[in-house]
Every structure is written in C-alpha cells, then in structure tokens.
Design a protein around this ligand. Structure first.
Ligand SMILES: Cc1cc2nc3c(=O)[nH]c(=O)nc-3n(C[C@H](O)[C@H](O)[C@H](O)COP(=O)(O)O)c2cc1C
Length: 191
C-alpha cells in the first residue's frame, strides 16, 4: 500500500468485527515496530500491555470512553467491540516525563495495524485507576494511551472543513462516520 493510502485509511475506527480475532503474535509485531521509534534522549521509557482474550478485553472495555462528540452513543455494542488492545505504559522508574514518545509509538502501531487489514482508535479518556486495579498493573507504570484494535466494521469518510463547518465529527443516517479535516492551505502559515 502506498504510504499516502496507508495514512488515509488510518482513521479512528470504533466499531469492529469482534468475531475476527487479533492474535498475540500480531500484537507483538506491532509493538516491535514501536520499539524502533525515536525516543527523546533515547530513554525508551515505554512499555506495553497486550490484550487479545475476551476476558481481558472486557475488563479494558469497561473503563474507556468512546467518541465524546457523539452524545447518544456509549460505545460499540457486544459483537462490535475491539478484538484486542495495546496499552502504552510509561515506566516511571526510567523517567517521569514521557514527552511525545507515546504519540509517535501509537501512530506507528496504528499504521502497522492498517497495513495488516486492521484498525482502531487511540483513547486518552480512560479511568486509569480502574484499569490499574482491573489489570493489576504495577504502580510504577503510568497508563499513557489505550489503543483499540480489530477488523473495522465502519466506514469513515473524510470531509474538508468549510467556513460553515466545525471540527465535530458526526454519523449520518446510514451510520457512516464523518471526520472534518482542515484544508491544506489553512494549516500552512505564510507570514
Ligand atoms: C491523543 C488522542 C486521544 C484520543 N482520545 C480519544 C478518546 O478518548 N476516545 C475516542 O473515542 N477517540 C479518541 N481519539 C480519536 C479522535 O477523536 C480522532 O483522532 C479524531 O476524531 C479524528 O479522527 P481520525 O483519527 O479518523 O482522523 C483520540 C485521538 C488522539 C490522537
């Protein structure tokens, strides 16, 4: 797949074919991509928790928040939930400042997932305390991001923001998810 197509297809997907499993080995391959990412000071403070079993997936699902702009939707129903998750953790015994390392790692993992016919969503709104307890994650690890993964079941359409539109994504009556993006000329600053 050409790189631009990969980036184009790398949308935030929130509904999945839950019956299509994501194997542990696939998650390990994705983390192996993140392992090669740049890291400030080359500290490499990120660690990863993998989930691919229904039981562990259910524990994580309980504590993440979906699509804040879609107010009448609490997240995917049973059968459309992620088949796997990767939690990006920060090891506080290495540093307490993780900078943007986890953003770089997350995007790399997501691009690798799309290349494999998968997709997902980065989630920063989660109950960290509840996840720590439910998954017995030691206190030394800060939970930085939750990545949901699976075979996407939804169509995501990119829109160009016009003057009468804002940045809020929406779903149409056919269930397609629309995401407004700012036009190129509006993001290049020419003083
Ligand atoms: C750092 C970060 C945190 C995010 N947190 C959430 C979240 O908590 N819940 C959610 O449903 N989506 C979350 N998203 C997904 C964004 O809503 C999504 O990227 C945005 O709507 C644009 O859609 P796109 O990814 O398809 O371009 C997050 C994205 C990023 C980059």
């Amino acid at each position: 797949m050409r790189f631009r197509d990969l980036v184009w297809r790398n949308r935030s997907y929130r509904r999945f074919h839950e019956d299509v499993p994501v194997e542990r080995e696939t998650l390990r391959e994705l983390v192996d991509l993140a392992r090669l990412c740049p890291s400030a000071g080359n500290l490499q403070p990120l660690k990863y928790l993998l989930s691919w079993t229904p039981d562990r997936n259910a524990l994580i699902f309980e504590h993440v928040n979906w699509a804040g702009y879609i107010h009448d939707w609490d997240g995917p129903p049973e059968g459309e939930r992620p088949s796997a998750y990767i939690l990006i953790l920060g090891d506080t015994e290495i540093t307490s400042n993780f900078g943007i390392d986890h953003g770089i790692a997350a995007q790399t993992i997501m691009l690798g997932a799309v290349e494999r016919g998968l997709g997902g969503c980065m989630i920063s709104r989660f109950d960290a305390e509840a996840l720590h307890a439910a998954l017995r994650i030691p206190e030394r690890y800060a939970i930085l991001l939750v990545l949901t993964l699976g075979r996407p079941k939804e169509v995501v359409v990119l829109e160009t923001i016009r003057s009468d539109r804002d940045i809020v994504y929406w779903r149409d009556t056919g269930g397609r998810h629309h995401v407004p993006k700012r036009p190129l000329d509006s993001i290049i600053v020419t003083p």
